[in-house]
Design a protein around this ligand. Structure first.
Ligand code: S3P
Length: 441
């Protein structure tokens, strides 16, 4: 386990191109693996998780060629043309819940026996949410007490009408991927809209799907007909807004901060983060926006707002907003003590079953830094206007916890030690180097 020392900063300045989005990289890799032809995926995520997905695609018969190293690299995936191979060994999903859950839907219609395994953290995470709908479609899936290892006896699937009981883009994706290969038309209704990268990615690879309800606040039903074939594409992965979040939050901590982030994903189902940053005292300027394969990509400038423009009461994240910023909640919580009005997080029970129990771990580590925070079953309350001190932080081997507390450390008194800092590589291997280039000391 590696430890990283983070010293306080004087200011936060500079510009950065954010590496490719983890969620979109997973989807492009999976659909390219199934499609016919060679897809070129540029700015593919450098994180370990999407590379777990690429490893699984290779094990299933796709050819994966990496051109160039590090951020911005292009991955060429030659797909299996609709027919995955019987893998020789278990499919190793590493730390990646997205890989295990979405892959289950992608492979369930193929006439092979699959075993999906993961690391300790992934083995603790709930998988029944996937087994339920896929079993209704005719897949034979076995779990151990609701968890991985997962075995799938693949075979013909039939369409279902399914309402997601929890807002989860991974569950939605698993059902849509299975529906693409099932007999009949699968319909999926979600009461709270989750990130819609799967919908855009399926269309990019040539599939047709429809969505009822144009009002994003209303429950919508997605319909996808089975038996559709996918065609390879050349696509660019937008920068990861969840990685950008760490630096957006850091920019709130200093009066004279000035940050420009280029090529970041601004998909409306993810970009509510920018509204939260504004509500907590940031000033955001959108410099450019363009669309590629249905995804918005933009450049933004962030500064801290004038003190008089920053709300003095606590800001509340709850309901649909919680779903939209679910991955950014740890870092929003770690900067909350430094904000003027503080932060209340509700309806975030899902945080307890992420790569770690993110509510418990955020609360414990914030308290280690001297913060006052109240833990709730579904969130927390963090008063603003606090001063924190450096401490020894336990990442719990969770990438977002490691990075979130490195940001809190920038305004703390004294040094902070992040134990298990290597976890950052799951989504953002360049994180600590980028942090050093932006933090002025
Ligand atoms: C993801 C969906 C979310 C999110 C995860 C990535 C995705 O998980 O927390 O990091 O790419 O679809 P859930 O589907 O479990 O909410």
């Amino acid at each position: 386990m590696s430890t990283q020392i983070v010293r306080p900063a004087r200011s936060f300045q500079g510009s950065l191109v954010i590496p490719g989005d983890k969620s979109i990289s997973h989807r492009y890799a999976m659909l390219a693996g199934l499609a016919e032809g060679t897809s070129r995926l540029s700015n593919f995520s450098s994180g370990a998780d999407p590379h777990s997905t690429l490893g699984c695609m290779e094990a299933l018969g796709a050819k994966v060629v990496k051109t160039g190293a590090g951020p911005g690299s292009t991955i060429e995936v030659t797909g299996v043309g609709g027919a995955f191979h019987q893998p020789v060994e278990a499919l190793d999903c590493g730390n990646s819940g997205s890989t295990m859950r979405m892959l289950a839907g992608l492979i369930a219609a193929h006439p092979h026996r699959f075993t999906l395994v993961g690391d300790h953290s992934l083995t603790m995470r709930p998988m029944e949410r996937i087994r339920g709908p896929l079993s209704q479609m005719g897949a034979r899936i076995n779990l151990v007490d609701g968890h991985a290892p997962m075995t799938i006896e693949g075979g013909p699937l039939h369409a279902i009408d399914f309402t997601t009981p929890i807002p989860s883009a991974q569950v939605k994706t698993a059902v849509l991927f299975a529906g693409l290969q099932a007999e009949g038309t699968t319909r999926l209704t979600e009461a709270i809209r989750t990130r819609d990268h799967t919908e855009h990615a399926l269309k990019a690879f040539g599939a047709t799907l429809t969505r009822t309800a144009s009002d994003p606040e209303k429950p919508a039903t997605l319909a996808i007909a089975g038996g559709q074939k996918l065609k390879a594409v050349d696509a660019t992965v937008p920068g990861d807004i969840s990685s950008a979040a760490f630096f957006l939050c850091a920019a709130l901590l200093f009066e004279d901060s000035n940050l420009v982030l280029d090529s970041i994903g601004m998909n409306p189902t993810r970009a509510s983060l920018l509204d939260v940053i504004t509500a907590l005292g940031g000033k955001i300027n959108v410099l450019t926006v363009e669309e590629r394969h249905g995804e918005l990509i933009g450049s933004i400038q962030v500064n801290r707002a004038e003190a008089s423009a920053i709300p003095s009461g606590p800001f509340e994240i709850s309901g649909a907003l919680t779903t939209q910023v679910i991955d950014e909640l740890p870092v929003l919580a770690t900067i909350a003590p430094y904000t003027r009005g503080g932060l209340t997080i509700r309806d975030a029970r899902e945080l307890r079953v992420k790569e770690s129990d993110r509510i418990a771990l955020v609360v414990r580590n914030l308290r280690a830094m001297g913060a006052e925070v109240t833990e709730r079953p579904d969130g927390m309350e963090i008063p603003g206007g606090q001063r924190l001190h450096g401490a020894s932080i336990d990442s719990g081997t969770d990438h977002r916890i490691a990075m979130a507390f490195a940001i809190a450390a920038l305004r703390a008194e004294g040094e902070t030690e992040i134990c298990g800092a290597e976890a950052a590589a799951i989504s953002f291997p360049e994180f600590f180097a980028s942090l050093d280039s932006l933090a002025q000391r």
